[in-house]
Write a protein that binds this ligand. Structure first.
Ligand code: B4P
Length: 184
């Protein structure tokens, strides 16, 4: 059973690692960013509502995000475990996640923190060049990470495993897997 949350600044490589880890661990990769982008691509009502937040680097309001995650976690493939990438992003979302899990007798196994300096992630994101990867928006996303998301590390305390997220993608995957093995 693997129920893991990935935390790290935008561009830390959470999505990149989650793709590899999901295969290795046999649990679905649930990315709130990817879910929002799929809604935008499909031009759903939710997609129309959230587009401006993603384009400007702001967090989508909690009530929208929490409900979307609640529905996703209720799908059968997530019952046996999951890798949550980009959620929770603030303490309020973490409290909601705790309630969603406890209402079905589940709990988190680990919170993996991706540690990487801001100048490294800014370079990575500028090189990627997604819609929300311009310098102003990237800086805003980093600020929001520091003020709203980083406090999660205190909130989760002893459940947090910190991994050095600089280096080859495959090496970082091994670091995470080895840290998770050590934990169990
Ligand atoms: P996300 O989609 O979560 O985007 P991210 O944090 O920028 O990406 P990530 O850390 O996954 O980095 P990646 O692997 O892609 O969020 C986008 C927006 O959605 C937010 O700004 C917000 O508006 C909204 N949102 C999402 N979740 C929300 C929530 N819970 N509440 C409210 N709003 C929410 O890697 C980045 C780049 O680095 C890639 O180009 C990759 O190839 C490269 N890279 C990765 N690993 C590398 C390595 N080891 N070395 C070199 N390059 C590497």
């Amino acid at each position: 059973m693997t129920r893991v949350v990935l935390v790290g600044p935008p561009g830390a490589g959470k999505g990149t690692q989650a793709t590899a880890l999901s295969e290795q661990l046999g649990v679905p990769h649930i990315s709130t960013g990817d879910l929002f982008r799929a809604h935008i691509a499909n031009n759903t009502e939710l997609g129309q509502d959230v587009r401006r937040y993603l384009d400007s680097g702001q967090l989508v309001p909690d009530e929208v995000t929490n409900e979307m995650v609640r529905e996703r976690l209720d799908e059968p493939d997530a019952r046996a475990g999951f890798l949550l990438d980009g959620f929770p992003r603030n303490v309020g979302q973490a409290e909601v996640l705790g309630k969603i899990l406890s209402s079905t007798g589940q709990s988190l196994d680990a919170v993996v923190e991706f540690k990487v300096d801001e100048d490294v992630v800014v370079k990575r994101l500028l090189a990627r060049g997604r819609n929300d990867d311009n310098e102003d928006v990237i800086r805003r996303r980093q600020e929001i990470y520091r003020s709203e998301t980083a406090p999660l590390l205190d909130y989760y305390g002893g459940s947090v495993i910190t991994v050095d997220a600089v280096g080859e993608v495959g090496d970082i995957t091994e670091r995470v897997l080895s840290a998770l093995r050590d934990r169990t």
